[in-house]
Design a protein around this ligand. Structure first.
Ligand code: NAD
Ligand code: TYD
Length: 350
């Protein structure tokens, strides 16, 4: 197998690259990444010298570059994770999301179609997506693979659009595709703009913890390594043309999760109980803030035999330990442009 993994220098992508490089020494793994603010080759230090691993620096929005790359390497599998992934950034700058998430995905589909068109056997285009395409739930119910799409943010709308295009290429051209839609991930190497690593970093630095609205929004959290193992299972056993939901069955109201995180941080940092909670600050709600996400992953569990391996408390503690042991990583990614982003995103909202 010659597999192209896009976005492999990002949070989830780096865990997928590591898993495939280590688990399948006979596969050739190519990691294509533009190295935006979210991409970091430090995430892959432990595997960068492996003989079955190659890094390619490039942009999926550049159609000619992508086609040439496919012509040159003749990949037989694609696992597509490259994306602009943060909802708040999609609100302030939607165009990047349209380019990377929609145009970039179509460039990859076109390139795969062009080189595979005479023989689709043993080829697979695997598109990694999010539960946010399904919209928002009230207090009851779960997203299943049949839930109609109803995205609300420019991010989720761009991911929904890319999902539709992947299905259209399967329906129209018979391109062998599979899609998975996963809930919120957490774990090591996540960029500190998303809730958990942002709050870990702020607690370390005794900065305020900006909770949007009343903190009543609910997310279903999955440990990133469990997402990577689900991707492995779906890539190898998933049925062409199908969609699989991936989730942790682990719902948390934001404010409850934040309070647990504060307790763990107080303990790990040797601070007085309750010290981190004092940093909680309620700020103006996110525009179009989805109330609740909750995934029903029965199909994946029953048909392909996947299940999450970690309980949330254990995963959260592991995550905190990693950030505390890797302050250099944190300091590197939060210097420079991060400061500008932070000021723009959070000033005047308290
Ligand atoms: P991330 O932002 O950490 O990483 C994205 C990676 O894509 C980065 O390495 C970046 O450099 C690269 N990239 C961005 N634009 C590119 C371009 N034009 N060309 C090539 N590379 C480019 O994202 P993540 O959290 O790891 O998410 C990965 C995928 O999983 C995304 O498709 C996202 O929609 C999906 N997803 C994420 C979550 C989550 O909780 N983070 C949940 C479900 C699904
Ligand atoms: P986030 O990690 O951005 O993931 P997503 O929006 O894709 O679910 O946010 C998770 C939840 O935390 C979401 O309900 C928004 C909330 N949140 C805050 O309250 N404050 C913050 O500073 C951030 C980044 C998120």
């Amino acid at each position: 197998m010659k597999i192209l993994i896009t976005g492999g220098a990002g949070f989830i992508g780096s865990h997928v690259v590591r898993l495939f490089v280590n688990k399948y020494p006979n596969y050739e793994i190519y990691n294509l990444d533009k190295l935006t603010y979210a991409g970091n080759l430090e995430n892959l230090k432990d595997i960068e010298e492996k003989p079955n691993y190659t890094f390619i620096h490039g942009d999926i929005v550049d159609g000619d570059f992508i086609q040439n790359l496919f012509n040159e390497h003749k990949f037989n599998g694609v696992i597509h994770l490259a994306a602009e992934s943060h909802v708040d950034r999609s609100i302030s700058n939607p165009m990047e999301f349209i380019q990377t998430n929609i145009v970039g995905t179509v460039n990859l589909l076109n390139a795969a179609k062009a080189i595979w068109k005479d023989n689709f056997e043993n080829k697979l285009f695997y598109h990694i997506s999010t539960d946010e395409v399904y919209g928002s739930l009230n207090d009851e119910g779960f997203f299943t693979e049949e839930t109609p799409y109803s995205p609300h943010s420019p991010y989720s709308a761009s991911k929904a659009s890319s999902d539709h295009l992947v299905r259209a290429y399967n329906d129209t051209f018979d391109l062998p595709t599979v899609i998975s839609n996963c809930s919120n991930n957490y774990g090591q190497n996540q960029f500190p703009e998303k809730l958990i690593p942002l709050f870990i970093n702020n607690i370390i630095n005794k900065k305020s913890l900006p909770v949007y609205g009343k903190g009543i929004n609910v997310r279903d959290w999955l440990y990133v390594v469990d997402h990577a193992t689900a991707i492995d299972v779906i890539f190898h056993k998933g049925k062409v043309g199908e969609t699989y939901n991936i989730g942790g069955n682990n719902e948390w109201k934001n404010i409850d999760l934040i309070k647990v995180l504060c307790k763990v941080m107080d303990k790990k940092l040797g601070r007085e109980v309750g010290e981190s909670e004092k940093l909680i600050t309620y700020i103006v709600d996110r525009a179009g803030h989805d109330l609740r996400y909750a995934i029903d992953s029965t199909k994946l569990q029953k048909e392909l035999g996947w299940k999450p391996s970690l309980q949330f408390e254990e995963g959260l503690e592991k995550t905190v330990d990693w950030y505390l042991a890797n302050t250099e990583w944190l300091n590197n990614v939060t210097s420079g442009a991060y400061k500008e982003y932070y000021l723009k995103q959070y000033s005047q909202k308290e």
